[in-house]
Ligand binder design. Structure first.
Ligand code: FAD
Ligand code: EPU
Length: 344
């Protein structure tokens, strides 16, 4: 396989930042990866795994080797009358995989429609939207040890999934090259399948009725979620961004009581562990950042949680804005917000 030198990454990160990599290898199979790790360039350089670049902020060009995961393919591993285990290779585009499952009438990930990026990155932060996270349908994943190439299988418990969290974002960050992810989905074609569509979250129900989608199908839910997302989030092709820049913070009950007494309209969501989640977008808006343009960057006019590149931003400009926003949220509310985006 070829290792490219001084590779521009401008089109490989959704912030659209003009950055590059000293070395770059596009990995199309497990065997290619095993060959790559024998090379001197690989052994001597630091490594960065890249999927679709939709959750990454480059503050600089990468002085090492970027491994772009392009291992494609989807297959059915096993099935019963009502359930199916589907394996998607890591280089598959996530939304195309969702549409493939919908086409087969396999239920479970339709609420995760239209999330950018590739399958391999989905477990990294346990992607979530509209009341579903991949942990809800996750079966197992295969990964290669980044140094030895040894194949390791991770099951649900091994991944330690949480809200926008997993072992791959913490303890095992940059230690494993995920090559495939398997999901346990429900076969809606089976008359014995038990499945409850999740339409309670946000505007799904209203959007379905606006669309006159009276028959609840996987496609209808997927279309509704896609429609809502398109109306709320800027398209990275038009305006560079990486979705929510920060995670939504959770606070303990006492802190929540203090905040709600001062801000009675503050949106809030009670969590199973007794804490209360507060939308970071609301906190950031209250600090006056929403729609504010700072040099070549800013907080988006209709979703304050999304930081954008107006064309010529550097990663550092975006990062400095993020730090300013974080500071002002802490000063006003006493809440630490932490980035969701992976900063390199
Ligand atoms: P990348 O950005 O390429 O990588 C992300 C991280 O994963 C990096 O640390 C990288 O090193 C690591 N990684 C990537 N591939 C592998 C692999 N094969 N093995 C090991 N590590 C790997 N996220 C949500 O959860 N919910 C949303 O609703 C959502 N909406 C978004 C909307 C927009 C407009 C945008 C731009 C982003 C949104 N995101 C959302 C964030 C992003 O789409 C997801 O985090 C996605 O899973 C990132 O995939 P990627 O392939 O682009 O990963
Ligand atoms: N809000 C404001 N001002 C803003 C933005 C939001 O007041 O500028 C308020 C809204 O009015 C609403 C609440 O905050 O009451 C929540 O907003 P929204 O429904 O837009 O969702 P979010 O919490 O900002 C989260 C995820 C998204 C995911 C959506 C839908 C995080 C960090 N973000 O956004 O994921 O798509 O819910 O489930 O959890 C991502 O991770 O990149 C991402 C886009």
């Amino acid at each position: 396989m070829t290792i490219e030198e001084n590779k521009p990454l401008d089109d490989l990160n959704t912030f659209g930042l003009e950055v590059g990599a000293k070395y770059f290898a596009e990995v199309k199979s497990v065997d290619e990866f095993k060959g790559l790790i024998q090379t001197e360039i690989y052994k001597l350089n630091k490594k960065l795994i890249l999927g679709g670049g939709s959750n990454i902020l480059f503050t600089n060009s990468f002085d090492g080797i970027v491994l772009k995961n392009s291992i494609k393919g989807i297959s059915v591993v096993s099935e019963t009358e009502t359930e199916v285990i589907v394996k998607a290779n890591a280089g598959q585009v996530w939304h195309e995989f969702v549409l493939w499952c919908i086409g087969k009438n396999y239920a479970g990930i339709e609420n995760l429609s239209f999330i950018p990026g590739l399958v391999g990155a989905a477990p990294m932060q346990n992607i979530g939207a509209y009341g579903v996270e991949i942990k809800d349908v996750f079966y197992e994943l295969e990964a290669l040890d980044i140094i030895t190439g040894e194949v390791v299988i991770f099951n649900l418990n091994d991944c330690n999934f949480g809200y926008r969290e997993s072992v791959f974002k913490n303890k095992f960050k940059d230690k494993f090259f995920i090559t495939s992810v398997s999901f346990k989905l429900t076969k809606l074609s089976s008359p014995h399948a038990l499945y409850r569509f999740k339409t309670d979250y946000g505007d799904i129900k209203n959007t379905l009725s606006e669309m006159r989608a009276y028959d609840l199908t996987l496609k209808a839910v997927s279309d509704a979620v896609t429609k809502i997302r398109q109306s709320k989030l800027p398209d990275p092709q038009q305006l560079g961004n990486a979705g929510s820049f920060f995670k939504n913070p959770s606070v303990v009950k006492e802190k929540y009581e203090e905040l709600i007494s001062k801000n009675p309209v503050m949106p809030n969501y009670s969590q199973k562990d007794g804490t209360v989640k507060i939308p970071a977008g609301w906190l950031i808006e209250q600090c006056g950042w929403k729609g504010k343009v700072v040099g070549n960057t800013g907080s988006h006019k209709s979703q304050a949680l999304v930081l954008v590149n107006y064309g010529n931003a550097t990663g550092n400009e975006i990062w400095n804005l993020a730090l300013e926003i974080k500071k002002s949220v802490f000063n006003k509310f006493g809440i630490e917000i932490t980035p969701e985006v992976n900063v390199v």
